[in-house]
Design a protein around this ligand. Sequence first.
Ligand code: 6PG
Length: 466
Amino acid sequence: MNDIGLIGLGVMGRNLVLNIEDNGYSVSVFNHTSSKTQDFVNNEGKGHNFSGFCDIEDFVNSLERPRKIILMIKPGEPVDSVIGQLLPYIEEGDLIMDCGNTHFPDTTRRMDELKENGILYLGVGVSGGESGALNGPSIMPGGSREAYGLVEDMLVKIAANTEDGRCCSYVGDGAAGHFVKMIHNGIEYGMMQAISEAYDIMRKVLKLSSEEIAKEFEMWNEGELSSYLMEISYKIMNFKDDETNKPIVDVILDKAGQKGTGKWTAQVALDLGIPAPSLSTAVESREISFFKEDRRNLSNMISKYDIEAFSDRENLLKELENALLFTNFMLFSQGIWVISEASKVYNFNIDISEVLRIWKGGCIIRAEMLDFFREILAEDNENINLLNNEKSLTFLMGKVNSIKYISNIAMDYYVPTFAFHTALDYFYSMVEENLPANLIQAQRDFFGAHTYNRIDKEGVFHTCWE
Ligand code: 6PG
């Protein structure tokens, strides 16, 4: 009998089971295409504690009770289909864990459906790509405590390790794990967007070569901006294309793909009524990138005035580093605010500081700044967007002139900077007592008698405008 089963031997699934087995567990594996199972057991898995199965009933029967089955498959219909195939053979008390990037409402639905059969279910966010899966991902499990209790030891053992402990912790009730992973990805989109904008300014305003940009990114990665995404970005900038020997970024088409998690983040933020402009524009910017033909045609139809390479290079690079730090703060502020609200609305009961702790290692958004955010929350756990804190405001006000400076230069040079602008606008709006929403209220009342409140007395008012 094996300790655990895994369905789905794609890249993530294979690496995850190798990690699990390496930590002393025996694993049954099953894949929709049987040849993949054979191939895995006879190659990467050879000489290790794996048993491959081509029949799902045999797979289920090979597992120690209560059975623990990991699904590492494409989110959506395939998950329902596999659960349907498992149901005739699993029994009350068995556990299914969906470790893919499933949209959280699907997880809620499946949990409810399976509860009727007494099947335990966990929605588990797993971040770190293939190397994380193999060497230690960040793991965000959500569901019942009882379900988590069955696999806690194993998940903690296989997770990334940091000075603050293993990057796995019970995230919360229901679909909390998949929710938090979705927001992780929303922040991931924003951080990638912001770094890309910094790159764009360096190449278009300062006319730096990829090697020069790599050097700057590498230096930044040694300071406050230290993060996984910064690290891979300098490595990417240094990477040469085999065929042309050009920097590989110069031969990659500028159309960014997406699988949906960033879009869901933006949608959920809108549904919850929580502002997350930097997370949304990161998605929209990818969408715009997709319209390559239109962009090419339009760019040929206008003449952008040509500006000489910017001369004050050292200063601009310093300001750019600060602008990125400011933007990263705003990305986490918005992401954490959405999690805080969702935790209340959906009764997830999420401990945000603990989420930040398990994002410190293994995951794509791991970054030095997480310690700062945890310090802020340690002072006030109810600080839903990290802003209402003296240290936060001192940090941000120390960088605000840099991001203003960078935004202005970017506009002069026709460089789109969604991340920088939205970060600044979000901050300006949040620290502004008087927004022009009074005029919006008046307009609404003018054309639709939607009524408004007054600043000087209680009540709901309507004006006969004409
Ligand atoms: C992770 C990543 C991972 C995946 C993204 C890519 O945390 O390991 O987020 O889940 O790489 O989903 O998303 P896009 O294809 O939408 O950019």
